[in-house]
Unconditional design. Structure first.
Length: 560
């Protein structure tokens, strides 16, 4: 990533092209001495949930706020969430741990343990299994399932005075970016921001909750699209619903979900981050602080109405403004800060709209691939059924499938063989792997852009937590059957680049702007930031590598 200094290049070109100097040795040109830049006082790590590289490319010329500012730094438009499990929890787990899910243990938003006592056997990625009050649907939130430290924890080990703060609409984003040692962590639940069990809400959070409650009570006007949203402003029928023309008007007395599935969720999250900067005096202490802000509305909107309608066009302008407001506040406080922005995954639009645009092969998943339908097909083929509970545990038609532990070893093997055979024969299935096959595979070492599907799956595989069988759907197959009104119509989670590729933007005052089109990985973010704040870690800490953010002017990857 180093670039040859422009002055030296011009001097060399002049010497070689001048006949009068052809026989004379050129005088050596001393490289300019660049003083090392001190560590920033605050690292601001922003995740825009479901912000694909495709969305960034589509809208980047229209940004006028924070996302415009960040494009004036180091821009990596082709970052990879290189693993297969392109969901919120695994994606956020890579951003500040610098490790793939295969190493940090976060293989999905939910996985199953057929041997666990609870009836549904489901485990939520950010729950405390040791607390009897926790369930997968209403978890006691904790980082106990994350197997590695985050950057914020490494910073606190280097200097206990560093603060590690995280905010989001999603608890799993807070946990996966903050880790086990979070000085303050807040997320949205119901109609307000909440925190970890046993902790109190600070005055800043109480004030933000009061502000949100006022908006919910009084309502808010529609958000008008910018002039460049015209092409997206058209109605699309999806099942029994229509999407593509929404304006996010908030009726008086609205419930929390109406705010959550709108750009106002990101506004509230950014406003809370601003209040916490002032309350905790982040970036103003003796040691560098880390503030993680995950903005979730792009994901909620993408699921609810797809990512190519006027609703997403409005959201792209509003999230740009929310980020700009946060950066302007840090500027006003005179804080020396550095920013990284990326995403946990991308997303795929609703097939009903995709088929009118660029993906004529986009379809919804066949009901025959539902776990209960596959279980019936296996029973019909083998005669095996479970005495208690379902034969198969799974979250849907793709991903990890777990066999009921009440079966004998021989029965389990027969069920796995039948499941593999049935799934591989289905035209919507791209690949099927067993746990044993994946356990024998080494971790991939090549560039993530060139990884095979098997490589991508291996980077998400944990022998203890992954299923007995993994089923992957074909490209542009949405793993949501015919949607019901009010339900998700679009999603992510595939092994394909529309879900894997995300932007990675770094900014700091004085940073030389440049854009690097070569692929990088989100696991490169943590080692890059660690070098920036001067935190040394043991060899082998990261799966990623440090990215030189100064284009060769100074070695930003050398930890002093």
């Amino acid at each position: 990533m180093r670039r040859f200094p422009l002055i030296a290049a011009l001097a060399l070109a002049t010497a070689l092209s001048s006949p009068a100097l052809a026989d004379e040795a050129p005088a050596p040109v001393a490289a300019p001495q660049v003083a090392p830049q001190p560590a920033p006082k605050l690292v601001l790590a922003i995740s825009v949930d479901q912000f694909s590289a495709d969305l960034f490319a589509q809208y980047r010329r229209h940004y006028t706020g924070g996302l415009k500012r960040l494009q004036e730094g180091a821009v990596f438009p082709s970052g990879y969430q290189s693993h297969a499990a392109t969901e919120t929890c695994p994606g956020h787990s890579t951003l500040l741990t610098g490790t793939h899910p295969a190493r940090n243990g976060i293989i999905a938003n939910n996985w199953f343990d057929p041997g666990i006592a609870r009836a549904d056997k489901r485990i939520y990625c950010s729950e405390d299994l040791s607390d009897p009050a926790s369930t997968s649907r209403d978890p006691v939130v904790s980082a106990s399932l994350l197997k590695v430290p985050t950057l914020g924890e490494w910073m606190k080990r280097a200097n206990p005075a560093s603060r590690n703060v995280a905010v989001s609409a999603k608890d799993r984003a807070v946990v996966m970016m903050g880790g086990h040692q979070i000085d303050a962590g807040y997320w949205w639940k119901g109609s307000a921001f909440v925190t970890f069990k046993g902790r109190e809400l600070s005055p800043a959070v109480q004030a933000q909750n009061a502000a949100v409650a006022k908006v919910l009570k009084s309502g808010a006007p529609a958000l008008n699209p910018r002039p460049w949203c015209g092409a997206q402003d058209r109605a699309i029928a999806v099942g029994k619903s229509t999407v593509g023309t929404g304006r996010f008007k908030l009726e008086p007395g609205a419930k929390g979900d109406a705010l959550r599935i709108s750009p106002r969720m990101d506004q509230a999250t950014a406003e809370l981050a601003i209040r916490l900067v002032d309350e905790m005096k982040l970036g103003q202490g003796a040691a560098p602080d880390l503030l993680s802000v995950s903005l979730s509305a792009t994901d909620y909107i993408g699921h609810a109405v797809g990512n190519e309608g006027v609703e997403m066009c409005i959201q792209m302008a509003e999230v740009d403004a929310a980020i700009g407001k946060l950066l302007a506040h840090l500027d006003a406080r005179g804080i020396d800060y550095a920013v990284v922005l990326s995403a946990d995954h991308g997303g795929l639009d609703a097939p009903e709209r995709s088929n009118q645009q660029a993906l004529p092969a986009a379809v919804r998943v066949d009901d025959a691939l539902r776990p209960d339908r596959l279980a019936k097909a296996i029973t019909a083929r083998t005669g095996i059924s479970a005495k208690q509970g379902p034969l198969l545990y799974a979250d849907g038609a793709s991903g990890d499938f777990y066999v009921n532990r009440g079966l004998s070893a021989q029965e389990k093997d027969r069920v796995i063989d039948a499941l593999v055979s049935i799934a591989r024969a289905h035209p919507q299935v791209a690949a099927v792997y067993t746990n044993g096959e994946l356990a024998r595979m080494p971790m991939p070492r090549a560039n993530a852009q060139d990884w095979s599907i098997l490589d991508r799956v291996r980077a998400s595989f944990d022998a203890e937590r992954s299923g007995d069988v993994l089923i992957l759907l074909d490209r542009a197959v949405t793993p949501i059957p015919e949607p019901m009104p009010g339900a998700y119509i679009a999603t992510h989670g595939s092994v394909y680049d529309y879900d894997r590729r995300v932007p990675m933007l770094f900014w700091r005052k004085g940073l030389t702007p440049f854009e690097q089109g070569a692929p990088v990985e989100t696991v490169d973010i943590a080692p890059t930031l660690a070098a920036l704040v001067g935190v040394k870690t043991p060899d082998g800490t990261w799966d990623g590598r440090c990215l030189d953010l100064d284009g060769g002017e100074r070695d930003t990857c050398a930890v002093k």
